[in-house]
Each structure stands twice: as structure tokens, then as C-alpha cells.
Design a protein around this ligand. Sequence first.
Ligand code: FAD
Ligand code: NAI
Length: 461
Amino acid sequence: MADYDVIVIGGGPGGYVCAIRCAQLGLKTACVEGRETLGGTCLNVGCIPSKALLHASHSLHEAEHNFAKMGLKGKSPSVDWKEMLAYKDDVIGQNTKGIEFLFKKNKVDWLKGWGSIPAAGQVKVGDEVHNAKHIVIASGSEPSSLPGVEVDEKVVVTSTGALELSKIPRKMIVIGAGVIGLEMGSVYARLGSEVTVVEFLDDITPGMDKDIQKTFQRTLKKQGLNFIMGAAVQNVDAKKTKATVNYKLRKDDSEHAIDADVVLVATGRRPFVDGLGLEAAGVKMTERGQIATDHWKTSVPGIWAIGDVTEGPMLAHKAEDEGMAAAESIAGQAGHVNYDVIPGVIYTSPEVASVGKTEQELKEAGVDYKVGKFSFMGNGRAKAVFQGDGFVKILADKATDRVLGVHIMGPAAGELIHEACVLMEYGGSAEDLARTCHAHPTFSEAVREAALACGDGAIHA
Ligand code: FAD
Ligand code: NAI
């Protein structure tokens, strides 16, 4: 008889959610995690610590730039970096301990150590081999660097090192204008660093709607971030306390160099499968090194895979949804993830949030669409809190009015996007949204106005 019905390998958002759901569905479940704490990348060195530093640095920015405008006078707060890091660590601790508590509450065994799969139905942790009817791989991802760039996590850092620098750098170079680069770049720019972002492409945040890319970059520039676009980084020459980034501009192949105290390499992440023994177990991989899956099943019966280690966006909520769906499928239910409605949020200020198709994607697919756009300048609440920059853009099918994509840059965009998600999940139209009463004064009214703009017109535009 198997020791467990399910063993989940990896205690990140994919793995821990899957393990809890399996236990809730009556399956005897264990979760293997090699880190000292549960929660994976997200809670330990990702979503949660980065949001803590974004919150702290945003608060400083508010005090420096907006307090006096509201008649709040006095000396701006000064930064005690060690205490700010301690606050961030405390937030991490509260969250990771929370998962430990949830494991106990739901009777999920935490098998501490690094797991491998000697054969289908078996998971080895340390010297012990545990049997399981089902194995779920949720081993996540790790930062991927560039050729010619050696990471020491002190001068040349990934996001992990950037969350615990020994001091706030005077100059920071960020390689990659993606989500990590812009979030962490914003943190240090607000804390006083001179931040330069070096990006290979001509636009920031690849894959986002072009309107958002342009307005977002303009706003970040106003906040003091410098951008070098269309630049291919050749290598980084690191010394003890300084580094030089050598790059070529793609338009003319000209060679350039810039110096900084810290270089953050934020050029993407890759699936983490080291030590799992997947090849011997016969688990098929994609060309990009992800575990190939079909409805979270791998090529080997009884072995499942979810989250960052599989295809799709590397997002905590995508991993969590897959965790629940895989658990439900294992329990004989119909697991479900709607991959067309997975929101993406960048937690800068203003926030950027997006769900569904971009205008470029609709054009390429030859879909006849209409656009409803509304600026936060026309939203009383946003103006009251100095957040009139940005807009809501709704893309709807021209013939049916069904909402196909929503893109928001503005206050609380990461919260506002969810009314679009629910609407899209139910196949709703712009008119459905426009006819829904929205409380005043809220940022959400801007979403409704954009929906009105898809029809007869917004009121406050
Ligand atoms: P992970 O969280 O990577 O967890 C995998 C776990 O498995 C790890 O703890 C690892 O130690 C463990 N493991 C691996 N192999 C083994 C083994 N053999 N045995 C035992 N344990 C093993 N996403 C968002 O949605 N929102 C955000 O705001 C956000 N911010 C981010 C900020 C940063 C700086 C970074 C780096 C990422 C951020 N992400 C964010 C992405 C998010 O962290 C990931 O998408 C998410 O953590 C993926 O979850 P996962 O469970 O698939 O893998
Ligand atoms: P990313 O894929 O978002 O961005 C990488 C950027 O680096 C791209 O703009 C790319 O063009 C650029 N780049 C690649 N090679 C380059 C080179 N040689 N020179 C210059 N630029 C180069 O990856 P990032 O920011 O590292 O994030 C990794 C993952 O973590 C993402 O998939 C993201 O989903 C997740 N994440 C999510 C967050 C959120 O949801 N708020 C926050 C942080 C990370």
C-alpha cells in the first residue's frame, strides 16, 4: 500500500495550494520542500518581499512628494535600510509560518529536504523512499542570467540579491525592462539610487498592450528612471564594489559601457528541475526546458506538473490555480483553469494590470474590435490622490460587444482588473459593465467609463 495518495514536490504557491486542496479532498498528502521555509520563490524571494519594499519605498515617495501638497508639513522621513529589510523579513516570516500553520490544520505532512523521483510512484527524500499513488512536481523556477554575466549576488545580483543588498546603491543598472526590472528599479529609484534600465527590445514590458508600454515608460521616466533601449548586453565586468556593463546598440552596432555599484540581471527565469531525476523517470520536456503537460499530467502516468516548471506565464496565481485544478483532477473531479483570463499586474506606482488580448494581438488575429478608453484625469478620486496619470482601455468585439481584453495603468489597477476578469469569465459585454452601477467616488468608475466609451460615450471624458 502506498504511504501517501499524493506527494507534491515543492512548497511554493503551486505546490502548497495543491497539497492543501488534495488534503481537503480527503487524500493523504505530503509536500516535499528543501528550503528552510515553505512558500517557494513567491513568499521567500519573490512576490511578497518585493511588494514589502515597493510599499515602503512608495510610502517614502508619498511623504517626499505629496504630503506637503495636502498641508502635511515637516521633515521627510529618512531611510534606515537595515530596519526596512527587517520589516521585509518580518513580512516574509509571517507569510511562510502561515503556510506551515495551514499544513498542520489540513494534515499535510511536510517532508523536509530535496526530493527526487527514482521511479513512478516513489519519491526519495534524504535516505528515505516514500510511496505515492500520485506525484505532483511543483519545483518552480530560478533566475536565468546571460552569457558573459557572472552573478555574485553582491555586485551583480538577481532579484534574490536585490532584495537584500548590504546598502542602497548610488548607481544601479538593471538589465531587462520586464516585471522584475521595473518593480525593483522603482524601489531603488525611490530610495535615491540613480537607476538605468538597459533593454534589448525597443519597448518595455514585452507582450503588454503598446498604449500601456508607451505611457508606462513615459511615467517611469518622469519618476527618474533612465532607459537605454535596443541594447544588447555583451558582458558585465565586475570588480569588488563596482561593475561595468558593456552593450551594443542594435540599430548601429555601436559599442558602449556604463558603470554602477550594483547590476541587477532581470532577463527572465527558467524552470528548475535539478536533481529530480526526470530523464531517468522518462518525463518528457518541452524545447524550452519546461515539463510538458496535458491538463497537468506529464508523459508518465501518475506524475503531474504545475506552476513555473511548466508552460505558460510564470505567475503565482497561475501556479495556484493549476495546483487546485491538478488536485481536483487527481480526486476524480473536473479541474479547471481558464488560461484566457489570467491577469498580470506590475506593482509599480501607478500599477499596471492587464487581462485578455492586447490590441496588437487582435489586429494580428484579424478580429474586428472597438476600443473604449478613459483617462484617470477624468476620475475625481484619482485626482484627489495625485494619481491622474494613466487610463483604462477596454477592447471589445465590434459585432458582439464581448470584452476581449482590458488594460489599466493607474491607481489600484491590480485590484480594478478583477472586475474585468469576472466579466470575461462569464463572457460579458462592455454594455454589461457599463450598465453596472459603480459607487462614487471610486477608481472603479474609470473602468465603467471605459466601458461606456465602447458604446455611446463616457460621461466625464
Ligand atoms: P516556486 O515558488 O518557485 O516554488 C518551488 C519550490 O520548490 C521552491 O521553494 C523550491 O525550493 C522547491 N523545490 C524545487 N525542487 C525541489 C526538490 N527537488 N525537492 C524539494 N523542494 C524542491 N508572481 C506573481 O504572480 N505576482 C508577483 O507579484 C510576483 N512577484 C515576483 C517577484 C520576484 C522578485 C520574483 C522572482 C518572482 C515573482 N513572481 C510573482 C513569480 C512567482 O514568484 C512565481 O510565479 C511563483 O512563485 C511560482 O510558483 P511555483 O509553486 O511554481 O514555484
Ligand atoms: P521578463 O520576461 O518579464 O523580462 C525580461 C526582460 O529582459 C525582457 O524585457 C527582455 O526583453 C529583456 N532581456 C532579455 N535578454 C536581454 C539582454 N540580453 N539584454 C537586455 N535585455 C534583455 O522577466 P523578469 O522581469 O526577469 O521576470 C521573470 C518572471 O517573474 C516573469 O515571467 C514574471 O512573470 C515573474 N514576475 C512577476 C511579477 C508580477 O507578477 N508582478 C513580478 C516579478 C516577476
